[in-house]
Design a protein around this ligand. Structure first.
Ligand SMILES: NC(=O)c1ccc[n+]([C@@H]2O[C@H](COP(=O)([O-])OP(=O)(O)OC[C@H]3O[C@@H](n4cnc5c(N)ncnc54)[C@H](O)[C@@H]3O)[C@@H](O)[C@H]2O)c1
Length: 248
């Protein structure tokens, strides 16, 4: 039998209790990874992974809080093992018109997307192997100027930028870094975004040339490629996965 892509490799995934993070965690487990999982929603994470011997730790973490993120570093340290890949997937952002954005919303959106990605990576960095990978989640919002989303757009642009800076500074340590920029993807966050309005949903779908809204497992497949040695010559790159939404 062929070796699985992530057999025996230790990986860290945040936001793994739902949506894209969950699809990534499930795909990595199928490929033989051992995982450290961190999510706000510990109950759901325990329900999903509590009986899986390849999930080494399930951590209740608010990824906007530095003291919580330290728990991830501690959990990795306790394994005594090197990390193959770190995937800080947590992110989101309230939608608001420019005039209505409050300082609290601004800070929270930056914390959820930029701060959480950076400090998750920073806490894991001392334990990363010399053939390892960082996979960040940006969004097509990071290069678009859509209405109602100025802070989220800016935050995701920062995430894209961080992937390139991680790549530039860490290449000499054998660490690659790349970003995935999904378009509309069928998750709870997306359902909340369309607010159950079938017309809004149909309007989005009509603008996706490939003819379907992205599924979390389609993003997970890219994450697997970027986290594994299959992408050993890819660093500082961004994979846009939007069914052609931004290519119209
Ligand atoms: N769904 C989309 O259409 C889409 C498109 C582009 C980019 N993205 C990005 O993909 C990532 C995942 O999005 P999703 O749609 O799967 O989200 P989701 O809301 O379905 O799942 C998010 C997960 O993160 C956890 N979480 C939320 N806040 C947290 C916090 N502060 N600390 C720890 N855990 C927290 C939640 O409990 C949940 O398990 C985000 O970075 C998002 O910006 C999503």
């Amino acid at each position: 039998m062929n070796k699985q892509l992530m057999e025996g490799e230790l990986c860290v995934v945040t936001g793994a209790a739902a949506g894209i993070g969950r699809a990534i965690a499930e795909r990595f487990l199928e490929e033989g990874a051992d995982l450290i999982i961190a999510d706000f929603n510990e109950d759901e994470a325990r329900r999903l992974y509590g009986k899986n011997p390849h999930v080494l730790s399930i951590l209740k973490v608010d990824a906007t809080k530095p003291e919580d993120l330290d728990k991830i570093g501690d959990a990795v340290k306790n394994t005594g093992r090197k990390v193959k890949a770190v995937l800080p997937i947590v992110g989101n952002g309230p939608n608001n018109m420019i005039e209505d954005i409050t300082p609290e919303e601004f800070r929270l959106t930056m914390d959820l997307n930029v701060f959480s990605s950076f400090f998750t990576v920073q806490t894991v960095l001392p334990y990363m192997s010399d053939r390892s990978a960082i996979v960040l989640i940006s969004s097509i919002a990071g290069f678009q100027g859509g209405k109602n989303a100025l802070v989220y757009n800016a935050a995701k642009a920062a995430v894209r930028s961080m992937a390139r800076s991680f790549a530039g500074e860490l290449a000499e340590r054998g660490i690659r870094a790349n970003a995935i920029s999904p378009g509309p993807t069928e998750t709870k966050a997306f359902t909340e975004f369309v607010k159950g309005d079938e017309d809004v949903r149909a309007g989005i779908l009509a603008n996706i040339p490939i003819g379907h809204i992205g599924q979390p497992k389609e993003i997970a497949a890219i994450a697997l490629f970027l986290a594994s040695d299959e992408s050993s010559y890819v660093t500082g790159a961004e994979v846009i996965a939007d069914g052609g939404f931004t290519n119209r």
